[in-house]
Design a protein around this ligand. Structure first.
Ligand code: GLU
Length: 432
């Protein structure tokens, strides 16, 4: 069983979508189920509706899963397991106040040493625990030996016992901390491989420690994906618009192209343009680069353009607000100069909008509008052109400039004869 475990705390980040796509691909390759676990135990950070938005995005990208579960529904298991660890003395109650711990943390910062909990409550006598009315957290005992993580991408990572302190697994309000809930849920769902972002690498030994303490012996495989960098070489964050999947979709990038791009970067695929289904045939986590991938919007544009070219005309026309093969063919002509459905839509809208005519062409344009409106239907551009030229008496620039403007809304663009082929049935709506 594989899992994708998003937190419903904001817009879906492309890094998360990449994690979801890789999980999906590998689940198909291994013929195992993929579950979606909404990690909603941090009530303060949850944003209502984000879970639904995440699931909608997964559906849009064709990511199939067998089940959706909410981590908050498992809290009774988290509590039971924490109790088990307390009974077995593998965890202990910690009465240190938040202020006290903050003070210790500040001191560590000042002396430039990494903060580690000092185990002040690790061996309190039982009677002190029983009679203590102060609020407490539950901490798991720190490891005595090194923990080694064998990562499919990063190779072997060894964590010294001193890297990990006796960390909190249950908060004072008795809700589980992220690492605890995650480790227990992966165990309960019988997860075989965890694919997630590398920001979680330091959590992995903690999660292994938790499961070992609970007596779980199954080895869970790991693959931590390198981060995605922006143009400035910094981690793509909320400040980078392109980090949001929703933004990319609104900007007119196709789901198939975004997925293609996210599989392409930092990887060695056998080809540049493909869909997820094809990637299932050759994808390998071992080919993913250890170093961060760099986000390049121009490359995404190129990939998007190639995916737009692959759409059939009718489908393409839907992206620009029609359901018509001719408009789809018309849109295809513009694919040479544009690369998103948003740009394409505005091109097509321009063709159907009331045109802005520069002052010096107004007179000729007025004559031309009248002539076109009273002209019969012509199947061939040349016949149309010759008729309008003859009837309007316009010539040269005074003919061709207003003609292109009236038909396309722009002074430059593709061969007008080609455009005519697809707009000839709409001349009445276009020239007004
Ligand atoms: N909920 C975590 C996140 O969104 C992922 C946890 C995990 O994959 O283990 O970053």
């Amino acid at each position: 069983m594989l899992r994708f475990a998003p937190s419903p705390t904001g817009d879906m980040h492309i890094g998360n979508l990449r994690v979801a796509i890789f999980n999906y691909i590998v689940s198909k390759q291994r013929n195992e189920n993929l579950i979606i676990r909404i990690e909603d135990t941090d009530k303060e950070r949850n944003i209502e509706g984000k879970d639904k938005e995440i699931l909608d995005i997964l559906n849009l990208f064709g990511i199939e899963y067998s089940q959706v579960m909410y981590q908050s529904e498992n809290v009774r298991f988290h509590t039971a397991m924490a109790l088990q660890l307390l009974v077995e003395m593998k965890a202990f109650n910690c009465f240190c106040s938040t202020e006290w711990l903050d003070k210790k943390r500040d001191e560590a910062k000042e002396s430039k040493t990494a903060y580690r909990y000092d185990d002040a409550c690790a061996s309190l006598p039982h009677e002190l625990v029983i009679d203590n009315e102060n609020p407490f957290t539950v901490r798991i005992r720190k490891p005595l030996e090194a923990i080694v993580v064998k990562d499919h991408i990063k190779g072997e990572i060894k964590f010294d016992p001193n890297d990990i302190d006796s960390f909190i697994i249950m908060r004072q309000d008795k809700t589980p901390m992220y690492n605890f809930a995650c480790a227990v849920d992966d165990m309960l769902s019988d997860i075989s491989l965890v694919i997630r972002g590398e920001d979680h690498v330091s959590n992995t030994p903690k999660q292994i420690l938790i499961r070992e303490a609970l007596g779980y012996t199954k080895n869970i495989e790991y693959a931590h994906l390198p981060i995605i960098l922006n143009d400035n070489g910094k981690k793509m964050s909320k400040r980078d618009d392109a980090s949001s999947v929703k933004w990319l979709l609104e900007e007119g990038y196709l789901p198939s192209a975004i997925a293609n791009y996210l599989i392409l970067i930092g990887n060695k695929p056998p080809k540049e343009i493909f869909d997820i289904k094809e990637a299932i045939e050759w994808f390998s986590l071992e080919n993913i680069s250890k170093s961060p991938a760099r986000f390049d919007i121009n490359m995404l544009k190129h990939v998007n353009k190639e995916h737009l070219k692959m759409l059939d005309a009718k489908e393409l026309s839907r992206y620009v607000g029609f359901a018509d093969t001719e408009i789809g063919e018309l849109a295809k002509i513009y694919l040479e100069e544009i690369s998103t459905t948003k740009e394409l839509k505005s091109k097509i809208q321009l063709i159907f909008s009331k045109k802005e005519i520069p002052e010096e062409l107004k007179e000729s344009a007025d004559i031309m509008v009248k002539t076109i409106k009273s002209a019969p239907y012509f199947d061939e551009y040349d016949d149309f052109k010759n008729y309008i030229m003859k009837e309007s008496g316009l010539k040269g620039k005074n003919f061709f400039r207003p003609l292109r403007l009236l038909l396309t809304g722009s002074e430059h663009g593709p061969d007008i004869a080609l455009v005519y082929k697809y707009i000839k049935n709409y001349i009445g709506e276009i020239v007004k």
